[in-house]
Design a protein around this ligand. Structure first.
Ligand SMILES: [Fe+2]
Ligand SMILES: [Fe+2]
Length: 572
């Protein structure tokens, strides 16, 4: 990993010394400033083009960025942010260099150049590809004063351009995706094929020497008249094509000028770099989504009866979190979840039971009080005793009948223990071998008062929360998602400290976990029938939530909101 050296404003002379000495930082030396510099310091920066100056502390700047600021970093301790800002600053410097050349060639006024620099910064800050496409087209149309613009992204594998975004201030253009081959048959295709600007000052007077013709189907379809077009290739520093921007109808002159073309060329580099970064970021997000989906499939394949649980819990959790965000209730006034927090909750909910991967399958799928092999062992001994002692056939049949009956998790008899107790430790000799009808351990399991799980089974199942936490804590989450492990960790805790595994109480239980707990309980109750558990009707499930809330187990305000806003309704 390369090293980034950080210097504060009062260490400026050290930074200059470092740059002048033999030291070479792998990734760069950064001057980090949280307030405007003194004139003398500005002079030093201007005299040392190797200094990369990044601002920090958004509040102090109030949106006014001095010309020597090349980028912004919110948290300089976050390496990912720092690398991002460094990359942006390098683009900024490239652009400044190109601007200087432009200034020389066209004597363009300073305001315009500043505006170009700000554009590059604006592009580099946007990570959402769709929003970036919109920003790019608005910006380039403003700079080049064009009525309309289209953006195409290149697919080098298929050798085609994909139409991804359009703007036109004169007509409303219905968007429909299509592709163009990267060849000489269209203006945008030729621009991509040649990797050169294609300027057509008058689309009705295309020279005969050109390979493409003007396609007027768009004009006819939306009632528009295209006069001039300018296609600019978006090329990365290594020469790879990212896409094409096509501008339509200059508003200033009858056609686009040489200066427009130069500005377009200058803007193309930061647009290409920003688009590529945003698409890469999107790919990483998709990759991670794929990993989360695969993890969910892995959990649910362990226990097919709980299929869909994680997805449903995520949906109920987000429904409730969004209801909190828009709620006008006083207690929720200060709680507003942004997109990042919602994503954090979504991942935490999708993966909350991932730790079940560490719980033996036979426990997860246990339907009766005894495991099948345990039951089989009792029945086998009973049959042997019956064979050896035909005189007690009736008693043994009664014993078998009671074992089968008490093995059902739904059978809760106060006297369960007593009925079977008389068979406890009864020993019969058959063919010289002793057979015990019922052992102490078997009797205890069949005497369970509730459900099918013994204390040991239960503690193994409950251990899934610890497994989940350990697994999630190993993932290097980004800053926006770093609380995923903590949020998932609290999904079985109760407000009064009677939950598990840490038995923490309300102030320590993250609010997001309190939301998730309600979603989790609701789904466990209403999930489709399982072999060992009937589905609870919705009104009864809501009653149970209210009862839990009134006993101080789960957040009552959240339960009220869950019911009032029908957060338990799924979209499909
Ligand atoms: Fe769980
Ligand atoms: Fe769960």
């Amino acid at each position: 990993m390369g090293e980034i050296r950080l210097f504060r404003a009062d260490q400026l002379s050290d930074l200059v010394q470092e740059l002048n000495s033999s030291f070479q930082a792998d990734l760069g030396c950064i001057l980090l400033i949280d307030r405007a510099l003194q004139p003398k310091q500005i002079q030093v920066i201007e005299q040392n083009p190797g200094i990369i100056c990044l601002a920090t502390g958004h509040q102090a700047w109030k949106g006014i960025w001095p010309s020597y600021v090349m980028g912004y970093v919110d948290d300089p301790n976050d390496r990912e942010q720092l690398l991002w800002a460094l990359e942006s600053a390098k683009r900024f410097l490239d652009l400044r260099h190109e601007n200087q050349q432009l200034r020389f060639r066209f004597n363009v006024e300073g305001e315009k150049l500043d505006s170009l620099l700000r554009s590059a910064l604006e592009f580099s800050e946007e990570r959402d590809p769709l929003k970036l496409c919109d920003k790019v087209l608005s910006n380039i149309r403003r700079q080049l004063r064009a009525e309309g613009a289209s953006l195409y992204l290149a697919d080098p594998d298929k050798s085609e351009l994909k139409f991804v975004h359009v703007q036109n201030e004169k007509v409303k253009v219905p968007f429909s995706s299509f592709t163009l081959p990267i060849d000489e048959s269209s203006m945008a295709g030729a621009c991509a094929f040649r990797k050169k600007v294609v300027h057509v000052p008058d689309v009705r007077k295309i020279p005969r020497t050109e390979t493409f013709k003007f396609n007027d189907s768009f004009d006819k379809r939306v009632g528009y008249t295209t006069r001039s077009t300018l296609c600019i290739p978006l090329i990365k520093s290594k020469g790879d094509l990212v896409g094409v921007v096509q501008l339509i109808n200059s508003k200033r002159d009858t056609t686009f000028t040489e200066e427009d073309i130069e500005i377009g060329r200058v803007l193309a580099a930061p647009i290409a770099a920003s688009l590529e970064t945003a698409l890469l970021y999107q790919d990483i997000e998709r990759l991670f989504e794929g990993f989360v989906k695969a993890s969910v499939t892995a959990i649910e394949s362990r226990d097919p009866a709980t299929s869909g649980h994680s997805e449903r819990v995520a949906e109920y959790t987000l429904n409730l979190a969004q209801s909190v965000t828009v709620s006008k209730e006083k207690e929720f006034e200060a709680i507003r979840f942004d997109d990042h927090s919602l994503k954090q909750m979504r991942y935490a909910s999708l993966l909350h039971d991932f730790g079940k991967i560490g719980v033996p399958e036979n426990i997860l799928q246990k339907e009766k009080k005894l495991y099948p092999d345990e039951l089989e062992a009792i029945l086998m001994r009973a049959r042997m005793v019956k064979l050896g002692h035909p005189d007690i056939t009736k008693e043994i049949d009664f014993f078998i009948e009671q074992v089968l009956r008490h093995n059902e998790p739904t059978v809760v008899h106060k006297e369960a223990g007593d009925i079977l107790k008389k068979f406890l430790d009864l020993k019969y000799s058959v063919l010289g071998e002793d057979f015990i009808l019922l052992t102490e351990d078997e009797h205890q399991k069949l005497s369970l008062q509730k459900g099918s799980l013994t204390a040991d089974d239960r503690s193994q199942i409950e251990s899934h929360v610890e497994h989940t936490y350990r697994f999630l804590a190993q993932i290097p989450w980004t800053r926006e998602l770093k609380r995923v492990p903590e949020v998932a960790y609290g999904h079985h805790e109760k407000l009064d400290g009677t939950g598990y595994p840490r038995k923490i109480k309300v102030p320590e239980i993250p609010f997001e976990s309190q939301i998730m707990a309600i979603a989790d309980i609701y789904d466990a109750l209403t999930a489709p029938d399982r072999p060992y558990k009937k589905s609870v009707p919705v009104p009864r499930a809501l009653e149970i939530l209210k009862e839990d809330a009134s006993r101080g187990k789960i957040n009552s305000s959240l339960v009220e909101l869950f019911i009032a806003q029908k957060a338990f309704e799924l979209k499909d």
